[in-house]
Design a protein around this ligand. Structure first.
Ligand SMILES: Cc1cc2nc3c(=O)[nH]c(=O)nc-3n(C[C@H](O)[C@H](O)[C@H](O)COP(=O)(O)O)c2cc1C
Length: 166
């Protein structure tokens, strides 16, 4: 049986899952220079001038230390056909890039191929956010293309077609 705190946390996690979001993979290099990354849906645009974005990373995540150390990173917004990749970067794999096409961006972080958009960043600031750190990135370069989106809602992924009527 769950105690009161566990029940609260379980219900809160489930309630947070009611918010439908896109799916990103934030890529960077570890201290040895090896490409790595983490699936993130806490991404948000933040500011146009200066150009800023944000996301949160769990303090216990392996990659958290590299964000804190100031590694440049890229937020890759996944396309509808990239669900496999989203789950791959959400696992504690030694080589997260196995079978993934990518190129090096201007900031040195990997840019994943076939995404809807990518935002290459340098660290702007990192703030405390409970059991997460809020990472704010300054966008140094970006790209975007047309296509259908990958979404995350109540623990599962769906495809959202881009309406050409818009
Ligand atoms: C759809 C989805 C969204 C996620 N969003 C976040 C997030 O915003 N922040 C976070 O810290 N972890 C998030 N995770 C969990 C991480 O991707 C996962 O724990 C990953 O293995 C962490 O990698 P690391 O241990 O190499 O740092 C998400 C997972 C999924 C499947």
């Amino acid at each position: 049986m769950l105690d009161a705190t566990e029940d609260f946390t379980k219900r809160l996690r489930s309630a947070f899952g009611c918010f439908a979001s896109g799916v990103t993979v934030v890529t960077l290099r570890d201290t040895a220079g090896t490409p790595t990354g983490i699936t993130v849906n806490s991404f948000s645009s933040l500011s146009l001038d200066p150009p800023l974005l944000l996301f949160s990373v769990g303090s216990q995540q392996v990659s958290c230390r590299w964000f804190e150390a100031g590694a440049p990173f890229t937020v890759n917004v996944l396309a509808a056909d990239q669900e496999k990749l989203a789950w791959q970067f959400a696992k504690p794999l030694k080589d997260k890039f196995e079978g993934v096409g990518w190129r090096e961006g201007v900031n040195g972080a990997p840019v994943i191929e076939g995404t809807l958009a990518s935002f290459q960043c340098r660290k702007w600031s990192i703030m405390e956010g409970g059991d997460h750190k809020i990472v704010v990135g300054e966008i140094v370069d970006f790209g975007a293309t047309d296509g259908d989106a990958l979404t995350f809602f109540r623990g599962s992924m769906q495809q959202l077609p881009h309406s050409s009527a818009a």
